[in-house]
Design a protein around this ligand. Sequence first.
Ligand SMILES: O=C(CO)[C@H](O)[C@H](O)COP(=O)(O)O
Length: 228
Amino acid sequence: MAYSARIGPSILSSDLSCLGSECVRMMECGADYLHLDVMDGHFVPNITFGHPMVECLRKCLGQEPFFDMHMMVSRPEQWVKPMAAAGANQYTFHLEATSNPAALIKDIKESGMKAGLAIKPGTTVEELAPWANQIDMALVMTVEPGFGGQKFMEDMMPKVMWLRNQFPSLDIEVDGGVGPDTIHCCAEAGANMIVSGSAVIGSDDPRSVIAHLRSVVAEAIQKRSLDR
Ligand SMILES: O=C(CO)[C@H](O)[C@H](O)COP(=O)(O)O
């Protein structure tokens, strides 16, 4: 069992005028990685930022933090090289946004990044399966992508369970509405990379929330390994 419990705050919920210091604060509070949401106003009805911002964050934060880019964009092919040059570590694109996932995965890896593949709530996990052995991470969206602070969709958990059963060592990430109230079902279903925006960033004590989320996931991983 190669995967571990990791918590990545989604900085979408932070004060975007202070993005650098908010990222530093999250890392100091024990985040394992940073989840950076790129939205183009086309694939999703919202706009955030692109590779110039990522380049600035990399300069501000140094080489250490792992940047998990969630590319909620149409034509994800066009940003692979700019994101790699800007200092991104993982490039997660949406299956719904491309007609050639295999070529894109190859391009991402050749650019020196890890490849993640995301699916929206309306996309079945069987559609992702053909590429599961080529990717580093599968992202199961637990809200419709586009905005932070939405309600967690528990009915996405069978997708996570199916992936965990079929691909026992794959990194599986959940994103959307995940926090202390919803972490148990994510952990039990088999997710090990947890994106949490408002529940972490909006908390008075983000350090405790991050530690709690990680301990619930680590316990589920431990239990799964004993049950095998
Ligand atoms: O991808 C996203 C939205 O498309 C965000 O990462 C996600 O919604 C996290 O925010 P919250 O935990 O507040 O739901």
